[in-house]
Ligand binder design. Sequence first.
Ligand code: 5GP
Ligand code: MN
Length: 351
Amino acid sequence: MTEREKIYIFDKWIAEAGAIAISSHTHPDGDAVGSACALAEYLRKRGKTVSVVLPDPVPGNLLFALDEAVSSAIFSDLQTCRRLIGEADMLISIDYNRADRAAGLEEAITVSKARKVLIDHHLNPDSENYGLVFSTPQISSSCEMLYRVLMGMPDIEGDAGKLGLKTASLLMLGMTTDTNNFANSTYPSTFEMAGKLIAVGVDRQALLNGLYNSYRENRLRLMGTFLKDKLKITGYGLAYAIFTAEELLGAGIEEGETEGFVNLPLAIASVRMSIFIKEEGQTFRVSLRSRQGVSANRCAKLYFHGGGHENASGGRLDIPRDAASAVEAAGYVEKCCAEFFRNEELWRTQE
Ligand code: 5GP
Ligand code: MN
């Protein structure tokens, strides 16, 4: 089916839908929140009853972008989310590739008999379980994927002005965070989209201030500790750091305040992959970023129970299964990554 034909069907399904539930992934980021809320806003303008169901709350650093009307339709209490999914006759999964990435909502989504649509940009979409799939890894973000779909809708007719400023700003938000402000995964279409959205009034400066210039001092202080004391760099070009919950608590760090740390070590010419690990609840969350030619995705899949994109992935470390304790986590990371670099024929030591 061509994209045009799929958009035609999507439009028809929307017209026929009663209640619509839009879900996104665990620990939602800017692209997850931006795309889900942008779509909800568009559907609301079409007179639809829409809820956004997220397995975890919206992180505090994104709240600036959501007004009361948008936030009041977001739910993250799992029981309410499951009920809303059960009541919906149309489910839209956005910014994740398979139901198990929305931990706690997986079963509700899987058993639902509603029409199901997937809008995403991760590798390996679970196409079999969705009636309609808009997904390609050759795009910056789910916000850009959604932008493309919306621009093809009969009521928008390729005119970004018809999206409305709220939808347009939310699309810009998610594209900006997923590209790390135009640093990664940008395509000609990404800049085109940005140009169009700015032309219709999106305030990029306000967005950048909200996203990157509104942190608490604690974050920058911890960034100092991370770079000075915590960061380990191996001879073959792996940079990694591990923070325990106790260390984060001691530094007064809240959810979302280490966002982006994982990217910093890639500023060093010899670093080819960066891994940032932090203890959160029962697990150690792992973030991986790599240069072109090194697959963060494969490393995440093989050693950290995760996946994502080729050069930006995530996963977790199971204590005590992978490493007996937090203290031994560093040994696990070094052992696995050395094996990974060898097996991928990336092994070389730097003089
Ligand atoms: P982050 O490091 O920012 O948490 O995640 C980077 C990318 O990897 C995101 O696109 C995210 O969706 C994906 N990702 C994060 N954690 C996981 C995971 O546990 N499993 C999979 N499959 N993907 C993940
Ligand atoms: Mn994304």
